[in-house]
Ligand binder design. Structure first.
Ligand SMILES: NC(=O)c1ccc[n+]([C@@H]2O[C@H](COP(=O)([O-])OP(=O)(O)OC[C@H]3O[C@@H](n4cnc5c(N)ncnc54)[C@H](OP(=O)(O)O)[C@@H]3O)[C@@H](O)[C@H]2O)c1
Length: 316
């Protein structure tokens, strides 16, 4: 353990970072050791990681000095922010800056920054195809992460910019799974038209990130994108139909209708789907399946994920 290179994993108690931590810990020959970063080392997830062999350190994304201490002595850092905890693009951007400055101070040699496209490059703020949110974003949880890229560049850090994809776990935790319509038939509902949704098992994001660290400096300074599949809405419905043994349809809705659904962040998610729909070719091209599989040969397909997880998907 002592001679292994430490990877400080922000979000190690959560979905993305947890996947990376587990991928490293599951590999007995790994050249890396895991340092899980959390606000609460006493949480069940933190204790579980510690029991699996991770070092656990305490830090808060809002406290740069705590992050610098958490990164001290680490070779690598997996950096993420969690928009869905506070729904603020500006706070995400600040936290990204804290991460970058802390990584620089600690002398981290390879950072992976979990980011997204800046949708404002495609839909400028004065373009009213979709509403402007929080005064300066189109898709706040994309744009703020993208704007956060600059902090890592300005710090002169050796960074890999990782474009992730929609988790299939959203079918479980985010209300994106099938719901029964008034006609009694199950349907999945997205404003996607006939376009594709690059998406993946969240555990595979961590495994791909492990592949990026294992590749040394190959992807430093590069933007890389990952996905497990690029299914259309109809293909997602067909996969559910097969897994559940009951017909599931795909409901294409206008983005305005989706934005009006009223759940927290519906406007941001509605804009996100619209961006993916309207710039689908580029969005998919940035997330090559072959590349993702080269980083992570265990990359799951939607059918595989559903076979293992269908009982966890609540049917609304
Ligand atoms: N849902 C999707 O389809 C999807 C797809 C791609 C990317 N994303 C992005 O993924 C991000 C969330 O990651 P996730 O899904 O892995 O989250 P998650 O499972 O909800 O876990 C959140 C993690 O972030 C850590 N965290 C949050 N606030 C923190 C703070 N102030 N200081 C230190 N640690 C903090 C938490 O650590 P502790 O609580 O232990 O401190 C926890 O480990 C979001 O920004 C989202 O936009 C989501």
């Amino acid at each position: 353990m002592a001679d292994k290179k430490r990877i400080a994993v922000v979000g190690a108690t959560g979905a993305q970072g947890g996947g990376l931590a587990r991928a490293i810990l599951a590999d007995p020959h790994s050249e890396f050791a895991v340092r899980g970063v959390t606000r609460d080392p006493e949480s069940d997830n933190a204790k579980k990681l510690a029991a699996q062999g991770a070092e656990i350190v305490t830090a808060d994304l809002d406290d740069e000095a705590s992050l610098a201490a958490a990164f001290d002595g680490a070779y690598g850092a997996y950096c993420l922010t969690n928009f869905w905890e506070h729904f603020s693009g500006d706070k995400e951007l600040e936290q990204a800056g804290n991460l970058a400055r802390a990584a620089k101070k600690a002398g981290v040699e390879h950072v992976i920054w979990s980011t997204f496209e800046d949708t404002r490059d495609s839909v400028p703020l004065d373009d009213d195809r979709m509403p402007t949110l929080q005064g300066k974003y189109k898709v706040a949880h994309f744009d703020a992460k993208a704007e956060g890229n600059q902090g890592f560049i300005d710090a002169g850090l050796a960074t890999t910019f990782l474009l992730t994809s929609f988790y299939w776990e959203n079918f479980i935790y985010f209300g994106n799974g099938p719901a029964r319509g008034e006609d009694g038939v199950l349907a999945v509902t997205y404003p996607l038209g006939d376009k594709k949704l690059p998406s993946m098992a969240v555990e595979d994001i961590g495994k791909c990130a492990y592949g990026l660290f294992k590749a040394g400096d190959t992807y430093i300074g590069k933007t890389v994108g990952i996905a497990g599949e690029h299914p259309t809405g109809n293909e997602i419905a067909a996969a559910f139909t097969k897994a559940l043994g009951e017909e599931v349809r795909y409901n294409d809705v206008p983005a305005d209708v989706f934005r009006s659904f009223g759940f927290p962040g519906a406007d941001d998610v509605g804009n996100m789907f619209q961006f993916k729909r309207d710039f689908n070719e580029a969005y998919c091209a940035a997330r090559s399946l072959e590349f993702s599989r080269s980083l992570n040969p265990e990359l799951q397909t939607l059918d595989q994920w559903l076979a293992a997880n269908k009982d966890r998907v609540p049917i609304g």
